[in-house]
Write a protein that binds this ligand. Structure first.
Ligand code: ARG
Length: 458
């Protein structure tokens, strides 16, 4: 056991207590951020004359060597240290002797870990944003190719009105675009540096917090040392945004699963993104979509867990906050994997356009348009609704679509119908008359595609 705080103690730490308390097994993934923060801290100590120029240079280059040794596998981060901070400091002292022991001047592990976690999360925010952008590019590509691909739109999972595949995909484009905006907002709010907050009350050394903040790419230092060490809002916000991404991916996955089923046959997944059954030879299962849908739970769990950990914590740092890591790391890994895999699956899926069109033609998705036809010929909407209701009943009994009725049959129910009704209720006409902003008509969707293209270029 190697501890940084042995001086005050005479007895040994109980082994179980040591293990329960230690975090190195999971915070070792912060080594890069920890070293980056230490380098900035040391440079600032040198600039302020707290370390000599020689000590500063020696420490900075040694920290760089430690990072390279870890990265290239020459140095293992082992369980004999309490946490990543102890590991780095011990290694530095091993290599530099007394100079290494000066690293922690004007710093506490409380502001150190607050910084490490913030740096790590900031990178995750950027990576998540980048992956979402790739997903949006795939969605936009599908939209461009399918502005004329008619398919049924659903409410209550019942066929409602015809839309196009481009329009359906456009809904997901909006969702993931908002997810990116959330990443952007979180970045703007979180990008302030807690280093220099000390244990909770700043320090007596003349630290230059603006300087370290700038070195580490922050907009500036946090403005309250007690908040600086105990704020995990940015992580909660990030997990909240991740939970929303997972909810979106899960809804999309659910549709892919339905569309890939024998009943729908709207899509077929590529072999690379489906799996077989060990007993049923005919099976081609959408496991990836199901797993993405399923993994929603652990990301929601991470959010709820951290919210609960933080609830009721008095200022400032409390050891409870060490619990911000394991589930957050798991959620970060999960979200990135899910976006990546989903993007791959979506970019290789085959759309059965004929089946979609056929399905839109069944199920009376043009009933509203038949009623609109009557309204356009002077019939009050409520009466038109009742007329078309009778038409649907007639068709259900005969097992046919409205388009299959003869003009005579239609006129028997309402003499207002003329020959042009058939053109008016064709799937293509139903879709392409819907031209208001955000509607599925081809021209309306093309206007949106042009806007989204510009957006993705930014
Ligand atoms: N492993 C700790 C954490 O993650 C580091 C901070 C320790 N600070 C302390 N006062 N014990 O929160």
């Amino acid at each position: 056991m190697a501890q940084l705080w042995g001086g005050r103690f005479t007895g040994e730490t109980d082994q179980l207590v040591y293990e329960f308390n230690a975090s190195v097994s999971f915070d070792k993934r912060l080594y890069r951020q920890d070293i980056e923060g230490s380098i900035a801290h040391v440079k600032m100590l040198g600039k302020q004359g707290i370390l000599t120029e020689e000590e500063t240079q020696e420490t900075v280059s040694c920290l760089g060597n430690i990072r390279a040794d870890v990265e290239e596998g020459r140095l293992a981060i082992t369980g004999e240290y309490e946490d990543i901070h102890s590991f780095v400091e011990a290694e530095l002292t091993k290599r530099l002797g007394d100079t290494g022991k000066k690293l922690h001047t004007g710093r506490s592990r409380n502001d150190q870990v607050a910084l490490d976690m913030r740096l790590y999360t900031r990178e995750e925010v950027e990576k998540t944003d980048g992956l979402l952008k790739e997903l949006l590019e795939v969605i936009l590509h599908i939209m461009e190719e399918n502005t004329e691909t008619v398919m049924p739109g659903f409410t209550h999972l019942q066929k409602a009105q015809p839309v196009t595949l481009a329009h359906h995909m456009g809904a997901y484009f909006e969702m993931f675009k908002r997810d990116r905006l959330r990443m952007h907002d979180i970045y703007e709010r979180m990008n302030y540096c807690p280093l220099g907050s000390g244990a909770l009350a700043g320090t007596t050394y003349p630290l230059d917090r603006d300087y370290t903040a700038r070195l580490l790419g922050f907009y500036g230092p946090t403005l309250n040392s007690m908040d600086g060490v105990s704020d995990r809002d940015y992580l909660i916000e990030y997990l909240g945004a991740c939970a929303t991404i997972m909810m979106h991916l899960s809804r999309f996955s659910e549709e892919i699963i339905l569309w890939n089923s024998n009943e729908y046959q709207f899509v077929e997944l590529d072999d690379a993104y489906s799996t077989g059954s060990s007993i049923m030879p005919q099976k081609k299962n959408p496991d990836i979509a199901e797993l993405v849908r399923g993994k929603c739970g652990r990301v929601y769990g991470a959010l709820l867990s951290l919210l609960t950990t933080m609830k009721g914590l008095p200022l400032a740092y409390n050891k409870d906050m060490q619990e911000d890591k394991e589930l957050s790391f798991d959620a970060m890994d999960t979200v990135k994997d899910c976006i990546r895999l989903f993007t791959g699956m979506l970019s290789t899926v085959t759309f059965h356009r004929g089946r979609m069109r056929e399905s839109a033609g069944l199920g009376f998705t043009n009933a509203t348009d038949a009623a609109d036809y009557l309204v356009n010929h002077g019939v009050p909407f409520r009466d038109a609704h009742a007329v078309v209701g009778r038409i649907v009943l007639f068709c259900v009994e005969k097992g046919i679509a409205i388009d299959d009725m003869s003009l005579e049959e239609l006129q028997e129910i309402s003499p207002v119908f003329q020959e042009d009704i058939f053109e008016a209720i064709s799937m293509e006409a139903c879709v392409n008359r819907r031209l208001t902003a955000g509607a599925p008509g081809k021209e309306a969707v093309e206007r949106v595609i042009a806007l989204e293209k510009e957006y993705l270029k930014k």
